[in-house]
Ligand binder design. Structure first.
Ligand code: G4P
Length: 532
């Protein structure tokens, strides 16, 4: 198959949601359609349980399994679909943000009872920033939820995106009778219970909604209501312009019930029809198109080996252009070093298997003994770095305290590797040479402590410190930057790449410094590094 045909075959996306909206259930149903799993429950058991906060063994177990479920590839209707898993727990939000850099589109799951929840808003912000096309799946229609019109308003208001319903529910909860599909003028009837297969008999083509058959099927009241709804919605929205979806201006909306496998096939069939194929990606030099002959890709996630006796890690590489080949030398641009991989893995049907080739849109697992950092770019020799894989300014800060001086070396090595994996960020204060760990969630500190102990034999503790934000600072005026760094020495630190960081104690202090030093730029992500 030609490179172009391989690219056109692929759809790489992530499912995002607030925890409990139904992401895992939906993923599982999609995999069932693709024949990637045979039984329900196979994905579910991999989920980081809510109890994870106190159960470290569980985290470890999950971490191991989640390597396999980080990417789930399956074939459906001659398309190759790559689902990139995103952790539901908010403390791992940064991991999710980074995974979103490796996808071409997103399916957003919303619980119809709860509506748009906080974490969904944050995730959507990232999608908007990156102009990632989104399809919304309103889930749990078998429960009495918010009015569908109100839900659409809420999505538009809170997520700041225009919606376009492609299906419409007939009632909810115990009265839920099914959905009307605008795009092929048919009714899909809800039979209740777990619908394992979608039978033809459940789908009914209704070319003319005035037909009396509607009364026979859903009853007089619901038939009347549906006619009204359909007329209103068609009047307001018209037909979906696929380009508007691909430009991330409009989000198509489906209604369904993942646990009942209802509305999932419609979602999948529409997804493969409209979702974008692997897209070009910006680099420090130019945009790189997937069709370019030469291979390039970037690392968006690094996963430590669960077995502490083996230090190797798996780096997840998104192929962006050309063909990736096994046992071929590629250049790690940051290290200016040639690397080749004898056992690259793919994640077909949840099993890891060695592959010889991979194409744009694919995710390849590369065994790594500690060379990679998140954001690393591999090319056939060209000098550029993929953009848009920043470190985010952490929200919680603690000072790292070494509890066993005999194991100092292990501690520093461990913390360095964990920060390279993206578990947390490490800053070293200029004046006092203290190590400050910044994370986006409390849970990370537990994970770090546990892993340092079990994987590196080091012992540490964390001392709370008051910090509002760590901001990377730059200036075109080098002298001014030097002066600022000197004057504020007590608040200055460097990150793991020796970039200068200002540790703001409060919002007020940050604003004051911004006012006092107009020539200094304060960045809340490390993205400025790759800005050309
Ligand atoms: P998440 O990955 O987004 O966190 O959500 P997950 O799929 O785990 O779903 C959260 C809960 O919602 C699960 O129930 C799941 O069964 C339920 N659920 C998913 N889709 C639907 C739906 O369409 N209708 C209804 N009524 N429930 C749905 P749980 O009690 O937490 O787990 P379980 O015991 O059912 O496995």
């Amino acid at each position: 198959m030609s490179l172009k045909a391989e690219i056109n075959k692929r759809r790489t996306f992530a499912i995002i949601s607030h925890p409990d909206a139904g992401k895992t259930t939906l993923t599982e149903k999609l995999l069932l359609f693709g024949g990637a799993i045979q039984v329900a429950g196979a994905v579910k058991s991999n989920k980081i349980k809510k109890s994870a906060t106190s159960d470290f063994m569980e985290i470890e177990r999950q971490r191991g399994i989640s390597v396999a479920t980080s990417v789930m590839a399956f074939e459906y209707e001659e398309k190759l679909i790559n689902i990139l898993d995103t952790p539901g727990h908010k403390d791992f939000a940064e991991d999710t943000y980074r995974t979103l850099t490796a996808v071409d589109s997103v399916i957003l799951v919303i619980d119809c009872v709860k509506g748009v929840e906080q974490q969904t808003e944050r995730l959507m912000e990232v999608c908007r920033m990156r102009k990632t096309p989104v399809i919304v799946f309103v889930n749990k229609l078998d429960r009495v939820g918010k009015d569908p019109y109100d839900l659409l308003d809420e999505i538009e208001d809170k997520l700041n995106i225009s919606v376009h319903p492609l299906s419409w529910p007939i009632n909810m909860g115990s009265d839920f009778k099914g959905v009307y599909k605008f795009y092929d003028q048919s009714l899909r009837l809800f039979r209740g219970g777990t619908q394992k297969v979608v039978g033809e008999e459940d789908t009914l083509s209704i070319e003319n909604l005035e037909d009396d058959i509607l009364e026979e099927i859903v009853g007089d009241t619901d038939a009347e209501q549906l006619r009204e709804d359909v007329e209103l919605i068609q009047g307001v929205y018209g037909d979906l312009e696929v380009e508007n979806y691909r430009n991330a201006d409009v989000a198509p909306v489906f209604f369904g019930s993942a646990v009942n496998n209802f509305g999932v096939k419609e979602l999948l069939d529409t997804f493969i029809r409209i979702a974008p194929t692997p897209q070009p990606r910006p680099t420090t030099v130019r945009d790189v198109a997937p069709t370019e002959k030469k291979f390039s890709g970037f690392v968006f996630k690094i996963h430590a080996n669960i077995d502490p006796r083996h230090r190797d890690r798996i780096a997840f590489l998104r192929v962006c252009s050309g063909t990736f080949e096994r046992n071929t030398f590629y250049k790690n641009v940051r290290l200016d070093k040639k690397m080749r991989f004898s056992n690259p893995t793919s994640f077909m049907a949840q099993k890891k298997s060695t592959i010889d080739e991979a194409y744009p849109g694919d995710v390849v697992g590369l065994y790594d003994s500690g060379n990679f950092k998140i954001g690393d770019t591999l090319t056939e020799g060209e000098e550029f770095m993929f953009k848009g894989i920043p470190s985010f300014s952490p929200e919680i800060f603690r000072e790292l305290i070494n509890m066993n001086p005999m194991k100092t070396k292990q501690l520093y090595k461990g913390i360095k590797q964990l920060t390279e994996e993206g578990v947390a960020q490490l800053f070293r204060t200029k004046a006092t040479n203290r190590r400050v760990i910044g994370t986006v969630g409390e849970l990370q500190f537990d994970v770090i402590k546990y892993r340092l102990e079990h994987e590196y034999g080091a012992s540490c503790d964390f001392r709370p410190i008051t910090l509002y934000k760590a901001c990377w600072v730059t200036s075109e005026d080098k002298e001014k930057l030097k002066e600022f760094a000197k004057r504020k020495e007590n608040y200055m630190a460097v990150d793991k790449d020796k970039n200068l960081v200002y540790l703001a104690q409060s919002q007020w202090m940050l604003e004051t410094e911004q006012k006092n030093y107009p020539k200094i730029e304060f960045h809340s992500t490390s993205e400025f590094k790759t800005e050309a």
